[in-house]
Design a protein around this ligand. Structure first.
Ligand SMILES: [Fe+2]
Length: 163
C-alpha cells in the first residue's frame, strides 16, 4: 500500500495506461494547434476559434493527468520523443480540408475514449476512485465535443439520421 492506501502493483498498472493517455494528449494537442493554424476556407473563423478552445482544454487536461500521476507517486512521461513512441495517435499533415480535419479529430476522439476506458478499468481494479472521477469526466466531456463536431459535419438534410 502507498501513502494513499492504494495497492502499489495495481496503481502501477493504472499509471502505465495514464502515461499512454498523456502521450496521446500531447499528440492530440499539437494536432489541434496544427489545425488551428492551417485551416482554410469558408469555415475558417468557426473552426479556428473552436480548435483553439479545444487545445486550451487539452492543455489543462495534460497538466491534470501529469499531476495525478505524481499524486499516485509515479513519474509522468515528459519528453516529446517518448510521447510519439507511446501514443496511440498519429501526427497529421497540415494540408487538409476543414471536413478532413474534423473527421480526423473525431477518429482521434474514438481512440482517446478507448484509452480513457482502459485507465478507468485499471483504476477500478485498484479501487482508485480519484482517477476514475478525473478520467470519467474526460470521457463525458470528449463525448460531448464529438457530438458537436459530428453535428457540424452533418448536412441539414441528414439531421434525422443517426450513426
Ligand atoms: Fe491563435
Amino acid at each position: 500500500m502507498n501513502y494513499l492506501n492504494l495497492d502499489k502493483d495495481k496503481t502501477e498498472k493504472t499509471v502505465q495506461e495514464l502515461n499512454i493517455l498523456l502521450s496521446d494528449y500531447h499528440v492530440y494537442y499539437q494536432k489541434l494547434r496544427n489545425f488551428h493554424w492551417n485551416v482554410v476556407g469558408k469555415n475558417f473563423f468557426d473552426l479556428h476559434i473552436k480548435f483553439e478552445e479545444m487545445y486550451d482544454d487539452a492543455k489543462l487536461k495534460i497538466d491534470e493527468m501529469a499531476e495525478r500521476i505524481l499524486t499516485l507517486r509515479y513519474q509522468p512521461t515528459s519528453n516529446l520523443s517518448e510521447y510519439l513512441k507511446k501514443s496511440n495517435l498519429q501526427e497529421s499533415k497540415s494540408e487538409h480540408t476543414d471536413v478532413e480535419m474534423v473527421n480526423t479529430l473525431l477518429d482521434d476522439h474514438g481512440t482517446l475514449i478507448k484509452q480513457m476506458r482502459k485507465v478507468v478499468d485499471k483504476a477500478d481494479q485498484a479501487d482508485d476512485e480519484g482517477t476514475i472521477d478525473l478520467i470519467g469526466a474526460y470521457i463525458r466531456e470528449l463525448e460531448k465535443t464529438s457530438w458537436m463536431l459530428d453535428a457540424w459535419r452533418m448536412n441539414t438534410s441528414d439531421n434525422h439520421q443517426s450513426v
